[in-house]
Unconditional design. Sequence first.
Length: 539
Amino acid sequence: MTILSRLPLSERSIKTVRILIILTVFCMIRLNGKAAEPGNDERPNIVLILADDMGYSDIGCYGGEINTPNLDRLAEEGMRFTQFYNTSKSAPTRASLLTGLYHQQSDLLRDTTNNLTLAEALKKAGYSTMMSGKWHLGHWQDEQGTPVDRGFDRFFGFLGGAINFFTGEDFGTGENYMRLGRKPYDVPDDFYSTDAFTDYTLQFLNNREKDKPFFLYLAHNAPHFPLQVPQEEIEKYKGKYSMGWDKLRERRYERMKNLGLIKPEWELSERDPIVPSWKSLSREEKEEEQLLMATYAAMIDRLDQQIGRLMDYLERKGLAGNTIVMFLSDNGGCPYDFNRTPDLPPGPAESYRTYDSEWANASNTPFRLYKQWVHEGGISTPMIVRWPGVVEPGSLTRKPAQLIDIMPTLLEAAEASYPDTYQGNNILPMEGKSLMPLFKGNEYIPRQPMFREFRGSRAVRKEQWKLVAERGKPWELYNIEADRSETNNLINEHPDLAEELESLYNRWAERTGARTNQEALEMGPNQQDRYFDYERERQ
């Protein structure tokens, strides 16, 4: 006979109800309503998802018309950043993301002596670490400094910068840089990289050590060129872009204002001078161009579906309630023109097409310029953080933040330390600032000033003022709070302020190994899309 059975009926009933309520509340808080897998470490799991070459306004919750219900749901259940910044280019973003340093300091992880990766730090702190997708760091062509060398227990993906989505062949060389761990991976006939990265992600999660929290870095290559996706996805978007890029920019601009992502006083930047008006195109040109954008949209749609697969898995396994999920893109929309197969429609494996500056200008609505520039169009990314019980669902933050803030944030969340030395080497201190107070709804002061430099395009931002320049060109000055679309250059009105900001920039550049203003001025002008020399820039 139990203690409860010896109590009077009414008292026993009350006692039972109280116990059941306590147990139910506990389960709802800890397990998000699901039966969790066994484990005794209550630190949060971490899922870091990186898209490739996706613009600021492409997904639904950032003003886009592309069908992204899973990312939109992440936004509804988490926090969106309106001012989160990457480095404007693929490998530099990945280096800063994984080290908490400026990319110049780690030399894109080719220097292994002065830095510690997020995977190495979390592994040292007792996390299982796994990666699926695009690496593009270290001496990847010589297979030195690969993910399994830099702290990841498991890896599936490709080592280079771009691949054929259906064959896995490297875009630049045609070689097979697909790897499972250290071993070459033979691509099956039914391969599609966006799906395969998710397949192996779920396999890694199933086979992980269940008594440890995990860190998953899922680095998709979608929607990076070439424009390749199963035909059934393209069919969803055929005819959807018949209005052209000019109307698309206007429609996204209005939605972004309605969503509170941009201020009404920020103007829609003018169409890039290199981009013709949609009305000036012939009927045949319009048909071809709208198919390019439809294929690009289909790639993002497929990406969203795979993110949905991952989130469904976390929920089924009772892991979603104690998992931090972050989503962002490595740079703005890509203007490059690599139409190697101009006579083939985009989509299939044999087609190598891009959507070029015309549609990239729309992807980066309402901002100027693109990938590889450090104007807002090149460095602004959607950033979504979902963390049940910590981050307020449906919240929006206007505080500026950047890649170097992610590592200190996640180490704090994981209760992991950052050492002074690693493997016998003195390592550089992290440059960023933890976003944990912001996640918890507390007062947060962003790291100031903020710096950018990529191949001579450079910028420094202090509070609302941003000094920015293309390589080979002089400074421009903008009040980002009043004019984030960078349409009103105030350099002539505030020469003293520009001089102060330039001094800050040069001191930072000399400290980190970035190009100084004078060095950047001596470089040739930046090259856009159809004038872009891929072979030279790949060196």
